[in-house]
Write a protein that binds this ligand. Structure first.
Ligand SMILES: [Ca+2]
Ligand SMILES: [Ca+2]
Length: 133
């Protein structure tokens, strides 16, 4: 009788762990979708690792969490990683209205060693067209 109880307990614990893990993954995707863009860096926008766990938030991830997982003007104006570029400039949504100015991140707002290029993709396209045919 006792082994059956243990088996039931194990099954319940495994089911609870699976449900918890599924909920956590869904939450992370929901958080990412509340950012204006997450095309290039994905999990690395908020985490120190590409295979994130909740405890490894980078400076932008911590600020995003403190801001209630909400993207807005206040978070766009902040420079979470201290590289002198506001989060909005790095994410390509300077005013934080949620509409990306460009369709991709200019740089990672959680990595101080990663800063926007001085020439963005639109400017590069114009320059390139001047030299084509
Ligand atoms: Ca920055
Ligand atoms: Ca940065």
């Amino acid at each position: 009788m006792r082994p059956k109880l243990k088996l039931k307990t194990i099954i319940v614990l495994v089911c609870a762990a699976v449900i918890f893990a599924a909920g956590t993954i869904k939450s992370r995707e929901d958080y990412m979708r509340s950012l204006p863009v997450y095309r290039h860096y994905k999990c690395l926008l908020c985490h120190k690792s590409a295979a994130p766990v909740s405890a490894d938030l980078n400076s932008f991830g911590s600020d995003f969490k403190k801001n209630g997982y909400s993207w807005n003007n206040a978070l766009a104006m902040k420079d979470s990683d201290g590289d002198s570029y506001p989060n909005g400039d790095e994410l390509g949504d300077t005013n934080g209205d949620g509409a990306a100015d460009i369709g991709f991140e200019r740089s990672n707002p959680g990595d101080p060693m990663n800063v926007p290029n001085s020439i963005d993709r639109g400017t590069w396209g114009i320059l390139k067209s001047l030299f084509e045919e």
